[in-house]
Design a protein around this ligand. Sequence first.
Ligand SMILES: C[S@@+](CC[C@H](N)C(=O)[O-])C[C@H]1O[C@@H](n2cnc3c(N)ncnc32)[C@H](O)[C@@H]1O
Length: 318
Amino acid sequence: MDTGTPATRNRTITLTDTERSELRPQLLDTERLKAGHPWEDTIIWGDALDALSILPDACAHLIIADPPYNITRRYGSTPFRALNRQAYKAFLQSWLPALCRKLRKDGSLYLCGDWHNSAQLQEVLEQELTILNRITWQREKGRGAQRNWKNSMEDIWFAVKDTRDYHFNLNAVKTRRIVRAPYRENGLPKDWQQQPDGTMVRETCPSNFWDDISIPFWSMPENTPHPTQKPEKLIAKLILASSREGDLVLDPFMGSGTTAVVAKKLGRRFCCIEREEEYCLMAAKRLRIADCDKSIQGYTNGIFWERNSLPLQRKKKP
Ligand SMILES: C[S@@+](CC[C@H](N)C(=O)[O-])C[C@H]1O[C@@H](n2cnc3c(N)ncnc32)[C@H](O)[C@@H]1O
């Protein structure tokens, strides 16, 4: 069923029935995966655990896992019902060890959650890998509550197999900030540079608190109807910090395809799994768009910009 006519500035990506028919043959189901079809740079349509049991061990340089948080929510045709803590822990234990076996010995893994499930994520993850950090993403948007604080934070756990041997490219993920109070020492700029247009900027080391990334919304070209789509800018930071060009990025809960799309835009290989056909088709459409458009909102000319700096980024474009 087509999703109707979008409002003039609504840039949400939708699918027509014609596109669904065109894109469906690009999906790789687990039967064909089992039969030995190539799976790199492909969307696997099926259950994560089934697909993981077929993929070779130690294939991924980087894993980004964004599983259902412990909240009742419908993903396409399948609802996820909130579980008690023990049951949610058992859910994690049913796939996380299998997923970690797909990580190379020098690989890194990011695992997303929020306060509902973060304690269990930490507990189960540290049985498999060494946790190096927890990133807090202040995503701003959240459902307001009458008798509680609005939930607008998410956690992204960062873990590796070997603390002495993993890739981390700090320079690729520095954030450009506008300097409001430019300090000079002996008449020279201290830690900032003046751009040709007069703007004063500083490239800062990223911390584990991220407040420069908005959740995708309807006027952004990356937006889809997926209920928990991650922003391309957020996934770009993870991929640029923890992989090299040509590396393989694995995402077992692909959703709308953000990891696949960003991996493709940044010259990485990908292997992404999703059980809802509609989301797989949406991801296939986004990958097709990425053939011609490699832009990532908030990441321009190799630089991450702070939130709401689009007019300045536009000035910089050649
Ligand atoms: C939190 S969302 C991921 C969103 C994604 N990061 C994005 O940017 O769109 C979790 C996804 O996992 C999928 N999913 C849940 N259980 C699954 C399973 N056992 N196998 C494969 N996919 C699953 C859901 O359909 C949902 O789209």
